[in-house]
Ligand binder design. Structure first.
Ligand code: HEM
Ligand code: HEM
Length: 193
C-alpha cells in the first residue's frame, strides 16, 4: 500500500465515483422520461437533480482522466487519454472508457443548449440523449475489466445494485409510456342555431 502513488488511489476513487454518478444520472433520466414517480417528484426538481448529477459525473470523469496525466507510474499522454487503443496500460479496457467519455460529450452539450435549439432541436436532443444508453454499459465494462478493485466484495455489491436498478428502470421505461405532451384545451364548437 505504501508504495502505491496517491494519484493511483485517487484515479480509482474518482473512477468509482464517476460510475456511481453516471448510473444515477441515467436512472434520473429514465424517471424524467417516464414520470414514474408521479406526484412524488415534480419534473422541475427531477430535471435540476438530473443536470446536477450529469455535471458532477463529468467533473469526476475529468478528474479521473486528468490524474492519469500526472501519475508517476502510468503517465498517460494527451493522445493516449483521448484516442481509444493508444493507452500504455490495459488498452482494450481503457478504450471502452474513452468511448464512453466521447459519447457523454454530445449528450451533455445538447442537454445544456437544448432550449436554444427550437422545436427541431428537441428531436435532435432526444436522439442524441439516447447515446447515454450506450455509454453506461461501456463504462461498466471498463470498470469491470480495468478496475483493480472491481471484483472485491464492496465493488461487486455496488455493481450488482447499480445493474439491478438499471434493469428495473429500463423495464419500466419499456412498459410505462412517456406522458403525452400537454396541448391547450380545444374550445367547444359554437352551436349553429
Ligand atoms: C452526463 C450527462 C447526461 C446523461 C448521461 C443523461 C442521460 C439521460 C437519459 C438516459 C435520459 C432518458 C432518455 C430516454 O429514455 O429517452 C435522459 C432524459 C432527459 N435528460 Fe438527460 N442526461 C445528461 C445530461 C442532461 C442535461 C445537461 C440536461 C439539461 C437540461 C438533460 C435533460 C434531460 C431531459 C429534459 C430528459 C427527459 C427527456 C424526455 O422526456 O424524453 N440531460 N437523460
Ligand atoms: C464514463 C467513463 C468512465 C468511468 C465511469 C470510469 C470508471 C472507472 C472505474 C470504476 C475504475 C475502477 C477503479 C477500481 O476499481 O480500481 C476505472 C479504472 C481506470 N480507468 Fe476509468 N472510467 C471512465 C473513463 C476512463 C477514461 C476515459 C480513461 C482514460 C483515458 C480511464 C482510465 C482508467 C484507468 C487507467 C483505470 C485503472 C485504474 C485501476 O487500477 O483501477 N477511465 N475507471
Amino acid at each position: 500500500m505504501a508504495d502505491i502513488p496517491w494519484t493511483w488511489l485517487l484515479i480509482r476513487a474518482s473512477g468509482v465515483t464517476t460510475w456511481g454518478l453516471l448510473t444515477a444520472v441515467v436512472l434520473w433520466g429514465i424517471l424524467l422520461h417516464t414520470r414514474l414517480l408521479g406526484r412524488l417528484a415534480s419534473p422541475i426538481r427531477l430535471l435540476d437533480m438530473h443536470r446536477w448529477l450529469g455535471a458532477s459525473a463529468l467533473a469526476f470523469l475529468l478528474l479521473h482522466m486528468g490524474l492519469l496525466l500526472i501519475d508517476p507510474k502510468v503517465a498517460f499522454t494527451v493522445p493516449q487519454l483521448l484516442i481509444p487503443g493508444l493507452a500504455p496500460w490495459q488498452p482494450f479496457a481503457v478504450a471502452l472508457g474513452i468511448i464512453a467519455f466521447w459519447l457523454l460529450i454530445p449528450v451533455s452539450i445538447l442537454g445544456r443548449i437544448r432550449t436554444k435549439l427550437g422545436k427541431a432541436g428537441n428531436t435532435i436532443f432526444k436522439r442524441v440523449h439516447l447515446l447515454a444508453y450506450a455509454a453506461w454499459p461501456l463504462a461498466t465494462a471498463h470498470y469491470v475489466l480495468a478496475g483493480t478493485d472491481a471484483l472485491t466484495e464492496w465493488s461487486l455489491a455496488l455493481l450488482i445494485t447499480g445493474g439491478a436498478l438499471m434493469v428495473f428502470a429500463l423495464l419500466a421505461r419499456g412498459f410505462v409510456p412517456a406522458p403525452a405532451p400537454q396541448r391547450p384545451a380545444r374550445k367547444d364548437p359554437v352551436p349553429i342555431s
